[in-house]
Design a protein. Sequence first.
Length: 168
Amino acid sequence: MTVLAIPHPDYGLSLNGAKSRYSLSYLYAVCSQAGCTVLETPQDSDVHAVDATVQFAEADVRVQMKCSSTYRMTGSHIRFPLQPDWIDKWKKHQGATFVVLVLVPKDKADWVEYGADTLHRTQAYWAKFDRTSTEKSIVIPRTNRFGVSTLAEWHAEFANDFGEEAAS
């Protein structure tokens, strides 16, 4: 029996809601593969402009997830706009805050292909927020592809932010 592809029904989440859930799921998937714990910020408690924290033994890092079907990594980087209130909140935090941008196809049905293997037709990139910057956007380099190795880089940030003994 042949199963035809049909449009996906709307079960209640708006497209933006689906993008939000997908981006957090992406974070969970990468962190679970790396053995890191993720604490999601409850939707009504997002007072620090972060969606989740990734926990390491020494400290947590804050993560703001974004998901877009309009941005594309066509050059060496993406310049992603930041809201002024996010910037104000992130500047107050003494630890690291990272922005992860998950890029998805325009059609939600194309995000994941289900077959013998499940294939995600998405990718994610990250950048560390610089508290000293006066920019109203963040540059997310093509070289910062988000994956398991990213978490080792984030963990190494403790050496930069809190001294070498914190990351050992």
